[in-house]
Ligand binder design. Structure first.
Ligand code: NDP
Length: 332
């Protein structure tokens, strides 16, 4: 089988040379383990951070070792009493065609509620990131204005819809007219801004006549800066991500935030979805409920073929995806 290793720490935007495809034997499960055939691989912006040799909330990838991320797979051989052949499972597994997984590394998914890949998006960590970041930190209240950046991406598209469910005015910021159109006409956002063609500050002023109460930050940089002058008193800013800075070779220097936070008594709080792990069940049930009621829609950008996994990852930084970016490795 094939697997993908990180062989060099990327400097700036990663290139294909930072990765290597290797031919390795398929592992054999022992008691308490299963052999999983990879069906979908999740490609995510945060993996870029793990490619640097710096301390963070997840340890860096080791060089010459298989990369890992969220995977949906099918059990092909079980030496565990908890899993049976053909079970559909998810876990943090390697970028390879087959993985040997211990019982505690994977959990079964219910593919009758939604297609299995949805457990990488709306019903997985993506949905939970939107749910806890928006509802716990953002605390949106009916009639307020919520702005979300990276709005047409996996997390952002969920945030906007959850904010609509909470009765707010929702404004998205994204990188193409196609995405703007998708946000307004498919997901019901009240307004959306193309940051590549519009003056974000001016466009935000128009789109947010009553100011901004919640800014869900996915991208950082200049877009984050444009939002701050429009904050209302007691605004909340869940800081989820800063993708515009992940490939920077030098520190990102922007607007100094303190005075904006002070004069509006606003809260800016970073978080990782793992902070809420003890409440994942609650979040997953709420998301599944809204999905089944037709209140949440989700889109996937599916790249076909294991050999295109690296391209799919690099495409995140080019804005190629609408909704969750996944790689389809095999059929179920
Ligand atoms: P997305 O599906 O949003 O994919 C990335 C998107 O980011 C692209 O489609 C692109 O859309 C946008 N983008 C890329 N480069 C830039 C740039 N230079 N400036 C502005 N936008 C850019 O990924 P996710 O939904 O998985 O992740 C969104 C954010 O949330 C990321 O920052 C990620 O790190 C973070 N995150 C944080 C978690 C946490 O626990 N805190 C968990 C999961 C994600 P466009 O066309 O609009 O440019």
């Amino acid at each position: 089988q094939q697997q993908i290793k990180l062989v060099k720490r990327p400097v700036g935007i990663p290139t294909e040379k930072d990765f290597e495809f290797a031919q390795v034997p398929i592992g054999e499960p022992v008691k308490g383990e299963v052999l999983v055939r990879t069906v979908y691989i999740s490609v995510d912006p945060y993996l870029r951070g793990r490619m640097n040799d710096v301390k963070s909330y997840v340890p860096p990838f080791e060089l010459n070792t298989v990369i890992s991320s969220g995977v949906i797979g099918q059990v092909v051989e079980s030496k565990s009493t908890r899993f049976e052949k053909n079970d559909i499972v998810t876990g943090m597994l390697g970028w390879q065609q087959y993985s040997v997984a211990g019982e505690s590394e994977i959990r079964k998914v219910d593919a009758t509620i939604a297609p299995a890949s949805a457990y990488l998006s709306v019903l997985g960590l993506t949905g939970l990131t939107a749910y806890f970041g928006l509802l716990e930190i953002g605390q949106p209240k009916e009639g307020e204005t919520v702005v979300v950046s990276g709005a047409a991406g996996a997390v952002g598209s969920m945030v906007g819809q959850l904010a609509k469910i909470k009765g707010t005015r929702v404004v998205g910021i994204a990188g193409s007219d196609e995405k703007v159109n998708y946000l307004i006409n498919k997901l019901g956002f009240d307004a959306a801004i193309n940051y590549k063609t519009e003056n974000v500050k001016e466009a935000l002023k128009k789109a947010c006549p009553n100011g901004i109460d919640v800014y869900y930050e996915n991208v950082g940089g200049e877009i984050g800066d444009a939002v701050l002058p429009l904050l209302n008193k007691f605004a909340r800013i869940p800081v989820c991500g800063a993708i515009s800075t992940y490939n920077n070779k030098e520190a990102d220097i922007g607007l100094r935030v303190q005075s904006y936070l002070i004069k509006t008594s606003s809260l800016m709080k970073g978080f990782t979805v793992g902070d809420y792990s003890s409440r994942f069940q609650e979040g997953a049930e709420a998301l599944a409920g809204w999905l089944q009621e037709g209140k949440l829609q989700y889109e996937e950008t599916v790249t076909d073929g294991f050999e295109h996994t690296i391209d799919a990852f690099l495409d995140l930084f080019k804005g190629a995806n609408i909704g969750k970016a996944v790689v389809k490795v095999a059929e179920i």
